[in-house]
Design a binder for this molecule. Structure first.
Ligand code: FAD
Ligand code: UDP
Length: 372
């Protein structure tokens, strides 16, 4: 009997969405890959686990899956079943809870009005501050809802979340949040909205379960860089770190998560997340049972406290940072044997589905390249 000794073709750094998708795609096309992560678990920031009370929680803050891409939804469906879930959020202003994103009910409740859809549109038309050029997040919000709603719902949340004024952030940040004149109170309106039935980690386990994939957790790129110097590398960590910060550190916003458990509590909140734009040091509280549908006698929540130090969670979209990123990107293009993919390597405020899309495109290119 001959024993086949496998050689590793490709090293993948990071086992988040981007690393797992690429690992699976390359493995499925016959390549042997090794995937490493410096953390002691797979899944990156989408990792979930059972807390000591037996509730499924998202260790790095609430992750709600939503996409308009049938291709991406179908792709992930190879690795998980789904539980339909539409996320809802309330925002607390002066002690009252209002539907958020702002919709007609928000306006009626806040200003004690009884607007219909046409009247709500007229109301917003009257209070908005039209901007000729929409450059910043301040422009986006003032242009659509005017100063009062901006100050009540957006200004302080954004300052707290990012540590800067909305005028210092690209338009895309606040543009994530729609404004509605109907009464749709869902946070997202994507065609596909669902949570992995047994959680994200189980989905990642299934992705990595392939004979051509070797997984090593608790291993940093720096630990193995020299061993794999002849191999192609897929790098999904922070791009500035890869280049030893030669153009300076790219700013990332971090968070501290405060996980709490409440015994003998069915549900604490009426919806998955409650935002606190103007009070407290945290931005929001999420109650996991809403997201997971888990039946349990107690309930677990997470509060998110934004901070500048700590793990890099959010690229900070502004012109200055994008200019630094461009310089790193130029270096990256010249690294012929390295593919940079993901939220940190591409320094983009990507949602999970966008990361899957980016990783699928990168996989296709790599598979093509290795064919020749
Ligand atoms: P990551 O998940 O960051 O994975 C990168 C991995 O690389 C990490 O595990 C890291 O440990 C590892 N790594 C880095 N450097 C090294 C190194 N040198 N050596 C070894 N390993 C390394 N998206 C949504 O669509 N919906 C949501 O509701 C949502 N909520 C979010 C809430 C929060 C608080 C945050 C922070 C993000 C949220 N996202 C959400 C975005 C989502 O987390 C990302 O789009 C996605 O997880 C990015 O995947 P990734 O693989 O690019 O990066
Ligand atoms: N935002 C806000 N008030 C809110 C919720 C969001 O001003 O109640 C702004 C804020 O700048 C935030 C951005 O909109 O960073 C995007 O919000 P989202 O909920 O998409 O952020 P994420 O879930 O990615 O943290």
């Amino acid at each position: 009997m001959s024993i086949q000794i496998k050689t590793t073709d490709i090293l993948i750094v990071g086992s988040g969405f981007s690393g797992c998708v690429i690992a699976r795609e390359l493995a499925a096309s016959g390549h042997n890959v090794i995937i490493i992560d410096k953390r002691n678990h797979i899944g990156g920031n989408a990792y979930d686990s059972y807390d000591q009370n037996g509730l499924l929680i998202h260790n790095y803050g609430p992750h709600i899956f939503h996409t308009n891409s049938e291709r991406i939804f179908k792709y992930l469906s190879n690795f998980t079943e789904w539980r339909p879930y539409e996320h809802r959020v309330l925002s607390v202003v002066n002690g009252e809870q209002y539907p958020f994103p702002i919709n007609r009910d928000t306006l009626n409740q806040l200003y004690n009005l009884n607007l219909n859809e046409i009247e709500a549109a007229k109301y917003l038309e009257r209070v908005r501050e039209p901007r000729e050029k929409i450059r910043t997040s301040e422009d986006v919000v003032l242009n659509s809802v005017g100063i009062d709603l901006y100050e009540k719902f957006f200004l302080n949340y954004t300052k707290k979340q990012w540590g800067v004024d909305p005028s210092q952030l690209k338009a895309g940040v606040a543009a994530r949040i729609p404004v509605r004149t109907n009464t749709d109170d869902r946070y997202f309106t994507d065609e596909y909205q669902a949570m992995p039935l047994r959680g994200y980690s189980k989905m990642f386990e299934s992705m990595l379960s392939h004979p051509n994939i070797e997984l090593k957790i608790g291993v940093s790129f720096s630990d193995v860089k020299s061993t794999y110097s002849d191999h192609h590398v897929v790098y999904t960590g922070p791009i500035d770190e890869y280049f030893n910060y030669c153009f300076g550190k790219l700013p990332y916003r971090s968070l501290r998560f405060e996980h709490e458990h409440f015994t003998n509590t069915d549900k604490l909140q009426s919806v998955g997340t409650i935002n606190y734009p103007n009070d407290y040091e945290y931005t929001r509280i999420t109650e996991f049972k809403h997201l997971t549908g888990q039946q349990h006698s107690g309930s677990s929540t997470v509060k998110e406290y934004p901070q500048s130090d700590g793990d890099p969670y959010y690229p900070i979209p502004n012109d200055a940072n994008e200019a630094i990123f461009k310089r790193y990107e130029t270096l990256a293009k010249n690294e012929n044997n390295v593919t940079f993919v993901g939220r940190l390597a591409q320094y983009r405020y990507y949602n999970m589905d966008q990361v899957v899309g980016a990783a699928l495109s990168a996989s296709e290119k790599l598979i093509d390249r290795f064919k020749n």
